[in-house]
Design a protein around this ligand. Structure first.
Ligand SMILES: Nc1ncnc2c1ncn2[C@@H]1O[C@H](COP(=O)(O)OP(=O)(O)OP(=O)(O)O)[C@@H](O)[C@H]1O
Ligand SMILES: [Mg+2]
Length: 255
């Protein structure tokens, strides 16, 4: 691994017709670290992830991964360069077991069809076992994914992103719809990912963000409004103004 940031987003703009969903946005992410993106609905958080994985094309600016400009790379090459994304909506194969979903995610690099025909290597089996442990799903390994509880489905999806072995993981609202306890477990899981990965994570829940203990970037109307610790950003007058009338969203029941 080279020194310096893992990801650099430089003066990025993404336009849909005349509307700038991302507007001159810059941010960096260090290796083996977490950064949280917060901001009101429509702020451009998911669009930023779309741009990073090549799903939408920026009209200006650059995205640099480990020193390589990936701004105009086709999406499949960006995946190969080491970025994997969990979407806001689930992408599990419900009829396959937890173990099979993880094994397939691991095999995606060589294609699903090849993966379904061939047996996983010993290394892949070991990795899948590790991810079952990491995500707390060992006891559920033989269950069809469709029969998991909501929180467990989200953990399985995080596990599938981890199984891709991408250096940079993009998680869009991984704790959405979870109970308080599940959200805490999810924050701890995301923290544990930094032993191997960097994580850019979007979430609205401040208790979850607090527990992550990670730097926060606040987006508003496609622009970076503020960066800092959660304490710093939630005390910032501009941030509070953006959440005006919904300031309780910036609070949490944590210490
Ligand atoms: N493909 C698209 N075409 C046109 N407009 C789009 C497209 N994708 C997103 N937008 C617009 O860009 C803006 C940013 O959307 P985005 O989904 O990035 O917001 P977000 O911060 O993820 O919001 P949320 O918290 O609701 O998930 C919104 O106004 C949205 O309507
Ligand atoms: Mg979104």
């Amino acid at each position: 691994m080279t020194n310096g940031p893992l990801l650099q987003v430089e003066h990025l703009t993404v336009s849909f017709d005349d509307f700038k969903a991302i507007d001159d946005l810059s941010l960096t992410l260090e290796p083996q670290s977490v950064r949280v993106l917060i901001g009101p609905n429509g702020a451009g958080k998911s669009t930023l992830l779309d741009a990073i994985i090549g799903r939408v094309r920026p009209s200006a600016g650059r995205i640099v991964l480990r020193g390589t400009d990936i701004t105009r790379m086709p999406a499949h090459r960006i995946v190969r360069a080491g970025i994997c994304r969990k979407f806001q909506t689930p992408g599990l194969l419900d009829s396959l077991t937890v173990y099979e979903n993880l094994a397939l995610a691991d095999a995606r690099g060589r294609g699903w069809r090849a993966a379904l025909r061939t047996r996983p290597t010993r290394d892949q089996q070991v990795r899948t076992e590790q991810i079952l442990q990491l995500t707390g799903l060992t006891a559920e390994r033989h269950r069809p994914a469709g029969r998991l509880a909501h929180g467990q489905k989200q953990w399985l999806e995080i596990g599938m992103v981890v199984a891709s072995d991408a250096e940079l993981l993009l998680l869009d609202e991984p704790a959405a719809g979870m109970s308080h306890g599940e959200r805490e477990q999810t924050a701890d899981l995301v923290q544990r990912l930094t032993t191997r990965h960097s994580v850019l994570v979007i979430d609205h829940d401040m208790a979850f963000v607090e527990r992550l203990r990670a730097p926060v970037s606040v987006l508003h109307m496609g622009r970076l409004l503020k960066e800092g610790t959660l304490q710093e950003v939630r005390q910032d007058p501009q941030v509070r103004a953006v959440y005006l009338g919904r300031a309780d969203e910036l609070e949490c029941d944590c210490a």
